[in-house]
Design a protein around this ligand. Structure first.
Ligand code: SF4
Length: 156
């Protein structure tokens, strides 16, 4: 699984109740797996398995440790999880690196120089030949996400 530098400080993630929770198993936000990730994780599906719905109707990723509010496979987590709060968003025939503004760190910091530098770094990572190949071979990693901020084109 490609390594991607992280920008969101751990304290934001540990105190947030947003990530790893989903409205349902087939939403665009649920985590999609490349063929290599399916094999590495022993999952025969293009999507991460989710829990049964909780009392509030949401489901959590089956690898999410609810008590600790942490990913139990953090160092083996899929590409989409490594990229988040950034996403690969399809808009018409174009594909963009996009940002989910519901992430508290993203909404507070998206105009900072540090964030601009990170976006430039991620645009380079996603447009690398290896990652363009990954996206071409696993097109379900590109979804149409509602209400995200498109940042930079991905040349697929
Ligand atoms: S694999 Fe880990 S980071 Fe990804 S959704 Fe599941 S718990 Fe969250």
């Amino acid at each position: 699984m490609p390594d991607i530098d992280q920008i969101v400080p751990e304290k934001y993630c540990l105190s947030c109740k947003g990530c790893c929770r989903f409205e349902g198993p087939r939403s665009a936000w649920a985590v999609h797996l490349s063929a290599g990730e399916q094999q590495a994780l022993g999952i025969q599906d293009t999507m991460l398995p989710l829990s049964e719905p909780h009392a509030d109707g949401t489901c959590t990723c089956s690898f999410f440790d609810l008590k600790a509010n942490r990913c139990s496979i953090y160092y083996k987590r899929p590409f989409e999880c490594r990229l988040y709060p950034f996403l690969i968003n399809r808009q018409g025939s174009a594909v963009f690196l996009a940002l989910d503004m519901r992430c508290p760190y993203a909404s507070e910091n998206y105009q900072t120089q540090r964030m601009r530098d990170h976006i430039a770094y991620l645009a380079g990572v996603l447009n690398s030949p290896a990652n363009i190949r990954l996206l071409n071979e696993n097109p379900w990693l590109i979804q149409q996400y509602p209400d995200v901020l498109n940042l930079s084109p991905v040349s697929i």
